[in-house]
Write a protein that binds this ligand. Sequence first.
Ligand SMILES: Cc1cc2nc3c(=O)[nH]c(=O)nc-3n(C[C@H](O)[C@H](O)[C@H](O)COP(=O)(O)O)c2cc1C
Length: 325
Amino acid sequence: MSNLSVNYLGLALKSPILAASSGLTAQLDRVAEFERAGVGAIVVKSLFEEQIVNEAEFLNSQSHDYPESADYLHHYLRQNSIDRYLKLIEDVKRTVSVPVIASINCFSTGEWTLFAKEIESAGADGLELNIYSLPLNVHKKSDDIEKEYFNVVSKVSKSIGIPVAVKIGSNFTNIPGFVSNLKANGAKGVVMFNRFYSPDIDIKKLRIFPADAFSHPDEYLKELRWMGIVSALVPGIDLSASTGIHNGTVVLKQILAGATTAQMCTALYKKGGDAISNAIADLNLFMDSQGFKNISDFKGRLNYSNIENPEKFERVQFMKSFGSK
Ligand SMILES: Cc1cc2nc3c(=O)[nH]c(=O)nc-3n(C[C@H](O)[C@H](O)[C@H](O)COP(=O)(O)O)c2cc1C
């Protein structure tokens, strides 16, 4: 048997496969199932900023004869969302013995430092910040938007003792530069990449509808390219692959590209804990056949700095590959 253990964000994990944040990781029977299947850590469903802000906005939109009662309700509802979340963290911690990573889904600096402290007190072993806002202001500078990310990360990581990972989307001009700045602002890890809900258009009914929330098994190549590049250019930060991790082969590809862990979401919805146990069996088979004893024996072996022709990661124009066809 190979040794599948890894160190992610300073946490000792028995395997590199994580259950990604989703509705499944808010269910105690499912997290127990994932632990039995060999998961390395659980990333709990996110506490969403909207859960807190929208309730407050709804209240503000109502007319109140007694403003102080609105204030009270506002405080009560907000605290209720947070308390429910803290209870969830405590329950998940009680259910599994693997590390439990809480998740906050936010788009502004807000009061996250306060919530982060409470999450730490509830027993979370780490915190994943999923920061995203869809920029709609044509006058706003990209630099200013990126600064907001660094601000949140810096404030939150300074205020708590548990490690912070940042889950990012892929829409940044300079991904290695952005990750390097996240690291400089206190992030111990980066999750690449979040997969966003996308609108699609129904041409028969002439309406917008949400595209599939689940990824397809071949949806991992963009993530693989950036894993290979970022792991080489930004050493000293743990990278976790997200999107399209449907089987052990893709987990192995991401580790070869430099990932420390790989997070499964769609695969868990489709196959449950079997997705994890099958991937672990594939990892063991691969390591036995290649003579690798530990994950560190092959982690990053095919990243941007370790291959003979790094331009294979750089090639983005069809001209170069298909120019003569
Ligand atoms: C139903 C569903 C719920 C999700 N909920 C969250 C969430 O609460 N927080 C979060 O950071 N990501 C959430 N995600 C995103 C996943 O964690 C993951 O990053 C994304 O689905 C890509 O991984 P996959 O290809 O394995 O599905 C959710 C995804 C799905 C499909």
